[in-house]
Ligand binder design. Structure first.
Ligand code: NAD
Ligand code: 2YG
Ligand code: MG
Length: 260
């Protein structure tokens, strides 16, 4: 997992705004409509407390503030606790939060204090970024290339399996692919010599420029939570790629909807 930097988050509202437009172009739905469909639930004014956590490598400047911006962009009732860690948790409960959001170096979770549902950012991120491809208007092409079969990639793979996709996967770590193929034997191990092109690509790795030109066609949809960027700007422009990529928003919204 790549640790977010304050710089990653500088344009968070603009990044989400651009994603909103591309998602609408691809699926005919706004982000919130998509989430309501995926999780079959509507947001009903639940109050969300964001708790800054200082453990391990400490606070990321802009992290809690970015979460607040994201939630408020979608009109969710939210606040950041003034205190941190355990005292912040206490404050969130005293201020009648229904849901808390908090992250240390390895886990970013949302917990619904009323119904006791919990969500994990990696799983919720894999879900929303895969659903964008699954809900694209191009329903005929059921081939998907997945690059990166880690904690975000795996829930995405399970989702594509559910929708009967022909899944091609590539990961630097071959053992990851082998483990997945043991579980889902229909999955195909992809190597870039196969020279197959894709209209849908999912990428979740911590490496840069993992998507080579050889797999692209004009208008390929690339849904990629991976940080840093998986596709060069040159290739994005050359192939008119529909690129879904932002560092925090979609995954966070997906976490909230998962536990409503
Ligand atoms: P992970 O470490 O569990 O998995 C990453 C996988 O990528 C591993 O299997 C690794 O072998 C593989 N990999 C690394 N370099 C590769 C390369 N060059 N080519 C192919 N495979 C490669 O990490 P994760 O939790 O799945 O997160 C993946 C990325 O997504 C990270 O950058 C993380 O920060 C980011 N992330 C973004 C969001 C978001 O909201 N945008 C949310 C969660 C995670
Ligand atoms: O409260 C704080 O400011 C810090 N304790 C937050 C630490 C978050 C560390 N996690 C990451 O950087 C991310 N990879 C997880 C966020 C998912 C969205 N990319
Ligand atoms: Mg996200």
């Amino acid at each position: 997992m790549t640790r977010l930097t304050p710089e990653d988050l500088i344009n968070i509202q603009e990044d989400i705004h651009i994603c909103e437009q591309i998602i609408y172009e691809i699926t005919d739905r706004k982000i919130i409509q998509l989430l309501e469909n995926i999780y079959n639930i509507k947001y009903n004014g639940e109050k969300i407390g964001i708790i800054p956590i200082t453990s391990g490598n400490g606070l990321i400047d802009n992290f809690s503030e970015s979460l607040l911006k994201i939630l408020r962009m979608f009109n969710m009732d939210s606040f950041i606790t003034k205190r941190v860690d355990v005292s912040g948790y206490y404050e969130a409960i005293k201020k009648n939060a229904d849901i808390i959001l908090m992250a240390d170096d390895s886990t970013f979770l949302a917990y619904n204090l009323k119904n006791m549902k919990i969500s994990n950012n990696q799983i919720a991120t894999g879900k929303i970024y895969s659903e964008i491809l699954i809900n694209s208007k191009n329903l005929n092409d059921k081939d998907i290339l997945i690059i990166g079969a880690g904690n975000v990639g795996k829930p995405a793979i399970e989702n594509f399996i559910k929708y009967n996709y022909n899944i091609y996967i590539y990961d630097l770590d071959e053992s990851k692919i082998d483990d997945i193929i043991k579980k889902f034997p229909t999955i195909i191990k992809y190597n870039f010599n196969q020279n197959k092109k894709f209209s849908k690509i999912f990428e979740a790795t911590p490496s840069e420029n993992t998507i080579p030109e050889s797999v692209l066609i004009n208008g390929t949809i690339v849904s990629t939570p991976g940080i840093p960027r998986a596709l060069s700007k040159t290739l994005e422009t050359k192939y008119n790629i529909k690129l879904i990529m932002e560092p925090l928003g979609l995954g966070t919204l997906s976490m909230i909807y998962e536990i409503l």
